[in-house]
Ligand binder design. Structure first.
Ligand code: ADP
Ligand code: ADP
Ligand code: MG
Length: 471
């Protein structure tokens, strides 16, 4: 069994991993850069080490992180999500230095991180993929040619993309000519690679993804699916497990496909296979070779602690569950509470949290590293809290979500929470039938009135008086 784990991440996911370690009697080691001196993951881990003033550099330096793991006597590194979680170099250096990387091998990471290579592997395994280019596009001319073959609309996608960035829909040749250089520039800036490829645009699909677990002995199971169709600009906002819109046959089919995909590439550890669903057609989209932001809802419906399983698998243990042991019950929803102002084009709203009360009660879970008085630094992702609710049926889960969002007090910054209350009340959302067009097709949901809490109004008045007196 692993004894001491360095967590190469920050914020809520670092804390999530610290919690798993604490329950398994494993020592946890946090790392932090200057803006994270007061981070909760730093306070809660057994040990914490400073890795530099620059807000980001330390978290993105694989060699430095592995050195730190060796120096502090760790036997493993957990990368969380984002940062170096899909960086094959980190996994490779770990292997060289005798540190266990909690994730798949460097080879599998690089193969699945390259979306065109992942597509080829899936085609070879007999998993249906979105129609599109075999490999990367050589230039605009080829792009125009391929688009004419597969038919508009098409999607231009960064081969190394992630986090919903580097993806553009093109509705015509003129559109494609305009978008092409933009995607190249976005891909180069965000992912350090100018490679792009093309897929047929599946119009208004549902985003369905399957959680898998695979051990070092070749056993692979799935933990059912999540519906992440509630997205804005290809980024997930609300996630649901299981999908309220799959038939039992579709559920069994995507589960089997995901297991087949994982087996085909020799996958090990936790991973997610993402699909697009349109009518009765299912297309493989990509595989994320790490723990996912929304792993929480799968934990709520299955009772399986995914981070714990990741650590057990990395320790060489066989899976704790056979497929037939894994059951799901009820529905879980996760709301990504982002420090953003929905009314102002979701502009980031970083700053000091003047007051935070966590929601509670039955079936409510919050995964966050914020607290009253904490200042959200501007250097990282804007997601500051994950609110997860669970209940036995779909309607009750939505009502519980509404109640928990009302329970929560998060003041000092703007967040996406009030917007989610509007979504939860919308008849189409409540009907459980929606696809990725839901958010763009309902801009009216942004017209909510901002009922400010009396204490917030009092603070604003006090600030105004202070500013006036200062004149
Ligand atoms: P999930 O797939 O777990 O739902 P997201 O796609 O929202 O997660 O990504 C999780 C985090 O990781 C976000 O902060 C996102 O910006 C970041 N991220 C994901 N993939 C990449 C990548 N290839 N390069 C840089 N950042 C990424
Ligand atoms: P990322 O690595 O950024 O998560 P994905 O390939 O998973 O990128 O795509 C993110 C989202 O973009 C999907 O959930 C879906 O909404 C949309 N998308 C991607 N490819 C297509 C496609 N071919 N047709 C329609 N929508 C797509
Ligand atoms: Mg994706």
């Amino acid at each position: 069994m692993l004894k001491k784990i360095l967590i190469a991440n920050r914020g809520e996911i670092a804390l999530r991993i610290v919690r798993a370690c604490a329950e398994m009697n494993i020592r946890s080691v946090a790392i932090y850069t200057d803006p994270d001196r007061y981070g909760l993951h730093v306070k809660r881990a057994d040990e914490a080490y400073f890795i530099g003033d620059d807000p980001l550099a330390g978290y993105l330096d694989p060699r430095r992180i592995v050195n730190m793991a060796v120096e502090t006597g760790c036997d493993a590194i957990h990368p969380g999500y984002g940062f170096l979680s899909e960086n094959a170099e980190l996994a490779r250096i770990c292997a060289e230095r005798g540190i266990v990387f909690i994730g798949p091998s460097a080879d599998v990471i690089s193969r699945m991180g390259d979306k065109t290579e992942a597509r080829s592997s899936m085609i070879a395994a007999g998993v249906p993929v979105t129609p599109g280019t075999e490999g990367n596009l050589s230039g605009l001319d080829e792009a125009v040619e391929v688009a004419a073959e597969i038919g508009y609309p098409v999607m231009l996608k960064a081969t190394s993309g992630g986090g919903g960035r580097g993806i553009r829909r093109c509705d015509s040749e003129a559109d494609l000519r305009q978008q092409y250089p933009r995607v190249i520039s976005e891909a180069t800036k965000a992912f350090g690679s100018a490679e792009v490829f093309m897929e047929k645009c599946i119009v208004n699909p549902k985003h369905i993804e399957v959680q898998v677990l695979a051990d070092s002995q070749g056993n692979v199971v799935h933990l059912f699916e999540r519906d992440c169709s509630i997205q804005r600009r290809n980024q997930k906002l609300i996630e649901i497990a299981p999908s309220p819109q799959l038939t039992p046959e579709q559920r069994a089919y995507v589960g089997d496909l995901a297991v087949r995909a994982a087996k085909a590439v020799g996958y090990e550890n936790a991973g997610t296979v993402e699909f697009l669903l349109a009518g009765n057609e299912v297309y493989f989209m990509e595989m994320n070779t790490r723990v996912q932001v929304e792993h929480t809802i799968t934990e709520q419906i299955t009772g399986v602690d995914i981070v714990r399983e990741q650590i057990l698998i990395a320790s060489g243990r066989p899976l704790s569950y056979r497929q037939e042991d894994i059951q799901y019950r009820g529905y879980a929803l996760q709301f990504r509470i982002n420090a953003e102002d929905p009314k102002n084009d979701f502009l980031p709203s970083f700053g000091r949290i003047t007051r935070y009360y966590a929601p509670g009660g039955p079936g409510v879970r919050t995964d966050t590293a914020i607290y009253t008085g904490y200042t959200i630094p501007p250097y990282f992702d804007s997601m500051c809290l994950k609110l997860i609710v669970w209940s036995l049926n779909w309607e009750d889960a939505m009502d519980r979500g509404m109640r928990a969002l009302e329970d929560m007090r998060l003041q000092g910054i703007k967040t996406t929470a009030p917007y989610y209350k509007e979504i939860l009340q919308h008849p189409q959302f409540r009907s459980g039938e929606f696809d990725t067009s839901f958010v763009p097709e309902h801009p009216e949901l942004l017209n909510y009135s901002e009922k400010r809490h009396p204490s917030e109004v009092a603070l604003a008045i006090a600030a105004a008086i202070a500013a006036y007196a200062g004149l």
